[in-house]
Design a protein around this ligand. Sequence first.
Ligand code: ADP
Length: 623
Amino acid sequence: MEKLNDLPERLARCEKENEELKFRVEELSDFLENAAVPLHWVDGNGMIIWANQAELDTLGFTMEEYIGTHISAFHADQETIQEILNRLTNNETLHNFPAKLRRKDGSIRHVLISSNVLRKDGKFMHTRCFTRDVTPMIQEAERKSDLLNELKESEARLKMAIRSTNLGTWDWNPVSGELYWSDECKQIYGLPPDQPVTFEVFSDCIHPEDREHVQQAIQKSIARGSDGNYDIIYRILRFSDGLTRWIKVQGMVSFDDEGEAKRFTGTVLDITDRKEAEEKSAWLAAIINSTDDAIVSKTLESIITSWNASAERTFGYTAEEMIGQSILKLIPADRQDEEPRILSRLRKGERVEHFETRRVRKDGSLLDVSLTISPVKDELGNIIGLSKIARDITEKKQEEQRKHDFVAMVSHELKTPLTSIISYLQVLMARSIKEGNEFTASALARTETQAKKMKTMIQDFLNLARLEEGKILIYKEAFELHPLMKEVAEDAQFQTAKHKIVLQDCDEIIVNADKDKIGHVLMNLLSNAIKYSPEGGNITIGCVVMEGKVKIYVTDEGVGIGQADQKRLFERFYRVNSDKLKSISGFGIGLFLVSEILRYHNSKIEVESKEGAGSTFYFYLDL
Ligand code: ADP
């Protein structure tokens, strides 16, 4: 009864407790709903059954989009969520398990998940998950690690650069006097790597003449109020071998708050090679600028790259006006084809020496120049440009012209009286033969031979003068070779009793050439054969037909010609210089005329000879 009596009271108490419980549940639910930590619950199938606002904010989804979706849809790494679910199913509690969630906008959030399973009466109810967003921390760590890697890389690059440039580094503490030198630095000073360095060792290595200057520079850099910069070039006496080396040292001082120098660091570089090269090129530049020859360098495309003082004087253009311009500016219009011809020879690596030509000055006047052009090569032998030395030979040319004019005039004046002397000699000779005066006849015959020799020489000079003035004319005609050869051979035989002139195989050959001039060529070759065979012997003049041409040759058994002389034989005024030939007179123009006449016939005189074993001169003519 007593128990029933207090029933209403107990009921009322129960109701009150119930009210309180309900209130607490509501408060707890409100607390979870609005907690700052993201929270969610997942059922036994992995479906999200509840999430708070912080969770939704973290991932950017609405409640409708989130609830009822499988948890794996929000994970960026499927293996991780599988592992999380497996572990929870196996009743494990997860604490700060790292995972990656994908936000609605596609961006990734790094989170730490703490989770466990709520069971009731041993039955799986749902999991409770706390998510901690650690994205800013991860990003910061990644940034730091990138920065660190970058730092490591640039340090490695710097080290490599220092090593590859042979740059030494040093570090000096002016307060404690401690001095550090890198291995490269020690190498520059010629110190073994294990040798300790002190300021005294350093000071001893400085060249005595530079020591004071270096010490002053150091004092200036570390003095209070200095900007701390140090940049100096001086000589050292290398410790290992005592050799003088030039070094460039750069440095920077750091000061403490009181303005005292606390650290002095920098680099050192051996610049001896550069210094020597600079000195050498300064010397060369001085030589180039003091010479009277115009020295110009240009590219393979004929663009001028340097222009010395004499080039300014010779051509009238300043260096500023010409550098970067084409060399064609200096070449007269009628000689523009010279440049490509010269270039093609130079590209083959050949030098062009003493090439006489004409160039135009800035004022339009022409000057005679002698050019020597050489290819400029790099260390690997590739042609990278051309150097050109131009010597003004206008005066020399004018002098030569005056001489030629004089010789031509004298020869012309001598020829007329000589012709009449020869005519009178012939008249006198005929008369003395008729009168039976043998001595007079033979004396007159010898006089005539000498006078004719003189006439030939004078004729040669006149021909040379004509040739140089460009007045030589070629009249080609078809003629039979044999009669001409016979006539010349007989004339030559008249000149000598010591030699036998033999004529070989020239029948029925018809050539197309200037008969008089070819006669002159043959006579010249035969006269030389006689002249340069003082011991006598056979002289053969002959022809051979080959490949649509006829080869004409003159062979003697005389003194012969050495290899070196053979190359220059056909130059104007060239004579072989030997004791044996001193007594043989001549001017060195015969073979020059021969080669010029043949050049006008598109042919060329050639020689085969050996000293002491005779010579053969030959050339080809068109049939
Ligand atoms: P010159 O005979 O007037 O000196 P050339 O021009 O005819 O001039 O010849 C040039 C040089 O060539 C001569 O000085 C001579 O040394 C050489 N020479 C020419 N012909 C012969 C030859 N047949 N044998 C040897 N040397 C020769």
